[in-house]
Each structure stands twice: as structure tokens, then as C-alpha cells.
Design a protein around this ligand. Structure first.
Ligand code: HSE
Length: 311
């Protein structure tokens, strides 16, 4: 039996513009890595975190990875097992790319495989949500579900949890740009309106249904015209530098869609091919540079695999 394992889990784009808290998909990069070892001493220990600039707690009672893994160990009846965790952050924190989810999912997937536990991967979802709850005060599943299951995911219901994997057109590419400004999810959730107009609700559910239909029908035009958000984007876009300028650039450069990734500040576009995605990412970075904002860019197809064992 292995006594150590290295796991990667992917970043995710939650909301997918119109589906606040109910839609998300995984991408190939960026993502986080966890190295986990079985130790003689019972309990969870975090020996190392890299790539976080000292922002994440090493205390296993306060870290989302260890807290999720602890819940899972209790569930499988192995609370006394000794585990050492190294977390290697390979993506920005507070970016709107599901940073805490990638770490948490990597930790849970590592524990399951290291302990040769037969629990179905989908059953890890409630434990991953515990991590989200801790990270931002709310256990939304639209980052953790695609990080765990891969692909495009719909959270049809939270109580009871009902998660559905959706198909997506082959060849769909995603350009993501992270403007280097911090937007904590907890705060980005607090500014959202809690009451909405019926006419806006009608627009929004029409768009969600349109997007899901477009995914099933392989209809990129339908996907594009459905990816509009009248509820959350008008408020959150204020936190993102040059949001509307970036939208114009992306749409004039051949994007199918443009919007906020998760709670921002990252933005993303769907494109019909990799080359267009690369060009859009580059132009958006140029726009941000022109207003002295550093940025990172990622170009990826949709990641259908979810977490994977690296060694
Ligand atoms: N659905 C969540 C939100 C995703 O928009 O707050 C956070 O990444």
C-alpha cells in the first residue's frame, strides 16, 4: 500500500454568468496540488503550504483542506488515522477561480485514494462544501462540484443536494484573465441584492434554460446569447477594473461570451477555438496593463477529468 500520494485538482469557473450558485465548470489550468502522507501519529497535521504568501493557516482546525478531510475521515469511520498534508497553491487566492475548492478537492481526493477507500467521488461533495463554508461563510457547490466531478455541472437543488453533469460542445475553449486585485468571495456575496424583480427573474431563468439547452444542442450561438446576467453582474462588475471595456474587447475579438468568473475579479470568455482564446486573453491583459493592473491569463478547454493523481 502507498504511504504517500500527490494529487492535482482544477480551478473552476462558477456561475457561468447567468447561473449564480447553480452552474460551474472545471478548466485544465490553473489548479492546486496536495501531497499527503500516512503518519504514525494520529490526527491531521499540515507541514507545509507554498504559493500562498503566508495567507493560509497551518492550524488544521482552521484550514479548509484539513477540516474537510477531518469530516470525511469521521464519515468513513477512520478518525484516528494520521495524515500529513502539504498544500502547494498554484493559483491566486481570492481570484474567483475556486481557489479554496481546488485545494479542498485535492485534499479529499488524496485522502480517499491514499486510504484505498471505496467511497464514490460524488459522495465527497458534502465534505468539500464544508471547506467552502469555512472559506467564505457559505457552502455553495458551484466550484467544488466541477472541481470534484470535472466537466460542466448543474446544482439543481441544494436541499437535498442534486448535482447533474451536463454535456458540452467539443472544442469549446475558455480564456480566463485574473486582474490582480483582491475580491474575497465573502465580501462579493455581501453586496448582492437579496430581493429581485420578477421581470429580472424571468430574464435570468430564461437565460439559464437557454444556456443548458445550448450545451445539449451543441449550439454555440444559443450558449452565447444566453450568457447574460441581470442579477449579479451589474453589482459585482463595479469591483472589476475596466470590466465593460474588457467585455467590448472580448466580444469584438470573436468571443462567444464574456463575464465574471465566480465572484470575480477574474473574467472569462468562451471561444470556438484555442487561437481566439489566446488572442482574447492577450488583449484583455494589454487593457489591464494600460491601467497599471497586473494580470494572469489561462487558456483551457473544459476539463472533464476533475482531480487526478500525479504520483
Ligand atoms: N457562486 C459563488 C458566488 C461562487 O458567486 O459567490 C464563488 O466563486
Amino acid at each position: 500500500m502507498k504511504d504517500s500520494i500527490k494529487v492535482f485538482a482544477p480551478a473552476t469557473v462558477a456561475n457561468v454568468v447567468c447561473g449564480f450558485d447553480v452552474l460551474g465548470f472545471a478548466v485544465n489550468e490553473p489548479g492546486d496540488e496536495v501531497i499527503m502522507r500516512i503518519t504514525d501519529k494520529s490526527g491531521i497535521h499540515i507541514s507545509k503550504i507554498t504559493g500562498d504568501n503566508g495567507r493560509l493557516p497551518l492550524d488544521p482546525k482552521k484550514n479548509t483542506v484539513s477540516v474537510s478531510v477531518e469530516h470525511y475521515l469521521n464519515y468513513i469511520g477512520r478518525p484516528d488515522v494520521g495524515l500529513d498534508i502539504e498544500l502547494h497553491k498554484k493559483m491566486p487566492i481570492g481570484s474567483g477561480l475556486g481557489s479554496s475548492s481546488a485545494s479542498t478537492v485535492a485534499g479529499l481526493f488524496a485522502a480517499k485514494n491514499l486510504l484505498n477507500d471505496m467511497t464514490d467521488v460524488a459522495e465527497l461533495l458534502p465534505f468539500a462544501r464544508k471547506g467552502e463554508e469555512m472559506a467564505c461563510g457559505h457552502g455553495h457547490a458551484d466550484n467544488v462540484a466541477p472541481a470534484l466531478l470535472g466537466g460542466f455541472v448543474l446544482i439543481r437543488s441544494y436541499e437535498p443536494l442534486d448535482v447533474i453533469k451536463l454535456p458540452h460542445p467539443a472544442g469549446l475553449y475558455c480564456a480566463i484573465v485574473f486582474p490582480d486585485v483582491d475580491v474575497p468571495t465573502r465580501e462579493a456575496r455581501q453586496i448582492i441584492r437579496t430581493k429581485i424583480l420578477m421581470k429580472d427573474a424571468v430574464t435570468q431563468w430564461g437565460n439559464i434554460a437557454g444556456l443548458v439547452s445550448g450545451l445539449f444542442l451543441n449550439d454555440l450561438d444559443l450558449i452565447g446569447r444566453s450568457m447574460q446576467d441581470v442579477l449579479v453582474e451589474p453589482v459585482r462588475s463595479m469591483l472589476i477594473p475596466d470590466f465593460y471595456e474588457m467585455r467590448q474587447i472580448a466580444m469584438e475579438s470573436g468571443a462567444i461570451s464574456f463575464g465574471i468568473s465566480g465572484s470575480g475579479p477574474s473574467v472569462f470568455s468562451f471561444t470556438r477555438d484555442e487561437e481566439t482564446a489566446k488572442q482574447i486573453a492577450q488583449k484583455l491583459q494589454q487593457q489591464l496593463a494600460s491601467i497599471q493592473i497586473n494580470s494572469n491569463a489561462y487558456v483551457s478547454p473544459i476539463n472533464d477529468e476533475g482531480p487526478k493523481i500525479l504520483g
